[in-house]
Design a protein around this ligand. Structure first.
Ligand code: OFO
Length: 169
């Protein structure tokens, strides 16, 4: 069973995951419109992953006898200047998500809510990978700079990312 405070924090974060999905969906369309087909693929996969994150919270809240509630959403950004800008904004957003996950985890520790701590563990680890991926791409983009061929090669690489659906439970 979740405390009222724990429920509110989990439900709020569930909606933040949905916001992440919307943001990356906008980024995918913007990248496509700018001719970065690989980037569009990368952000579409990212959107799919965020929907998995959202559903993990949704399912967990409901499984604890509470009711997950989807909220009104802020309008995510939809215009970006270049590939580097896409990924700098992505890293900034993921650092914000890491902070949110840490805050909810701290609450679970404070409340001695062991089940929620175990549930959140997956997200704590996931955020390390998310930020690492973004930093790696940003590093490559900084190396490439204005080199058009390099940008094309990197866009091709972004096009190879594949969504791996989570195992059925
Ligand atoms: Fe991008 O990890 Fe969820 O939000």
């Amino acid at each position: 069973m979740l405390s009222k405070t724990m429920y509110a924090a989990l439900n709020k974060h569930m909606n933040t995951e949905l916001f992440s999905a919307y943001l990356y969906l906008n980024m995918a369309a913007a990248a496509n419109e700018m001719g970065f087909k690989g980037g569009a693929n990368w952000f579409t996969v990212q959107y799919q992953e965020e929907m998995v994150h959202f559903m993990k919270f949704y399912t967990y809240i409901n499984s604890q006898g509470a009711q997950a509630v989807v909220d009104k959403m802020a309008k995510p950004a939809s215009s970006f200047s270049n590939l580097l800008n896409f990924f700098e904004e992505t890293l900034k957003h993921e650092q914000f998500i890491t902070k949110c996950i840490n805050d909810v985890t701290e609450l679970a520790v404070k409340e001695k809510d062991h089940a929620t701590q175990i549930f959140l563990q997956w997200f704590v680890t996931e955020q390390i990978e998310e930020e690492e991926n973004d930093r790696e791409i940003i590093g490559k983009l900084k190396m490439i700079g204005d080199n058009g061929y390099g940008q094309l090669m990197l866009d091709n690489e972004l096009g190879t990312r594949v969504f791996v659906p989570p195992p059925a439970v």
